[in-house]
Design a protein around this ligand. Sequence first.
Ligand code: COA
Ligand code: AMP
Ligand code: ZN
Length: 433
Amino acid sequence: MTKDFWQEEIETMPRKQLEQLQVERLKKTVEIAMNSPFYGPMFKERGITPESIKSVEDIRRFPFTTKQDLRDNYPFGLASVPLEKVVRLHSSSGTTGKPTVILHTKKDIEQWADAMARSMYCIGLRSTDVIQNTSGYGMFTGGLGIQYAAERLGALTVPAGAGNSLRHLKFIQDFGTTALHCIPSYATRLATVLNENGVDPRETKIHTLIIGAEPHSEAQRKRIEEIWGAKAYNNFGMSEMCGPGVAIECKEQNGMHIWEDNYIVEIVDPQTLEPVKEGELGELVLTTLNREAMPLFRYRTRDLTRILPGDCPCGRTHKRLARFQGRSDDMMIVKGVNIYPIQIEKVIMEYPELTSDYLITLDTIGDNDEMTLEVELVQLVDDYAYLQNLNKELSRRIKDEILITPRIKFVPKGSIPQSEGKAVRVKDNRQNH
Ligand code: COA
Ligand code: AMP
Ligand code: ZN
């Protein structure tokens, strides 16, 4: 019989035992985080000590942690270990505001690689596979996160990175790639490039796609599976939790198992912050149980999802998250990059020739997701060269900030429709979003 689990004991652990493991790890995590300038005083004030943790329910004694807390304590205010133990950091985009920074010790990197290797094993990838990664290396966790995991699995890895689709095509053919990690929108874009170059994606050796990092529908997954003639599995990762490797669908393709030996999972009402009823939609809140450089307690992910009821036929006992249904904030994900309208707004404010009104429109053009930014000129100008220069400069400046290239459209002052109260800044016309 073939072995179906990477770590069978943990993956199929009876719930009671799993909760006991969570309690032990929560105690340990509290002990580590007492050293953090952010959590230390807070724990003292609330009487939170390792000894005071008796059950998983004790998590409700902790306050929530938000992205704003990370920004306010930029860059190292949430470090729970001396910096000499930290071996890597990942950071969000942005140069005007304060980005977020996530720290990792050697052990954090190992446990992250292990969790993602477990996820890969869960969808049938083995050391015999050739895994090609289309995520950006560098600050994106989808680069190195997938890389370390695929190496841990023992697969042959092709760290091709983002962009340059023709090179991806060449590697797929020359190296006999069997599995691809990509965001869903790039899966369709890359398939088009293959087709345009006379290669049917179904004729390649690719049998599995790991897709994640942006919302997508069941219909989009089916379309991806159809065009690639391969299985596509939804994968959830988040830099604050480590990166990819937090939750993944098993072969049942019915919800993503969230690895509960590594996280305590809560679903709360984003307004009241009270837990929702079992199985109801709410905001995902996570507590890390196996991280030391920068543990996070009750972190508000802002992702809206629910826990699927019942047991999974695959035998894994870890809860399953439903496909994400949006966010409780205004973050958008374009081409696999997280973007907040405020980042764009701040750049616009640097230009006295522009008003503060703007409109972001997201469209799928061909197979590409594109952002168009309409901005108002304070005064009408008919100097074409001047406008072209301004357009180029603004586009470059915004790319520095959000990492993707917007198309800029100048419009006369007063032409961007105003809505009552908070202006509607984003129109998302993308397919499957
Ligand atoms: N992953 C991989 N490649 C992508 C991509 C993605 N999410 N989004 C776009 N691309 C490709 C495009 O198809 C294009 O390929 P080509 O060279 O064959 O034409 C190339 O990247 C440039 O894209 P373009 O849309 O012209 O540029 P941009 O300036 O708007 O975006 C990117 C720049 C692609 C570098 C930026 O969107 C990026 O780094 N995306 C990857 C994000 C990522 O890895 N996230 C982590 C997920 S875990
Ligand atoms: P990052 O920290 O850059 O990895 O981005 C994390 C965010 O990406 C999450 O909070 C989600 O909003 C989004 N995300 C990651 N994986 C998925 C997925 N499988 N489905 C939908 N959204 C996802
Ligand atoms: Zn399962």
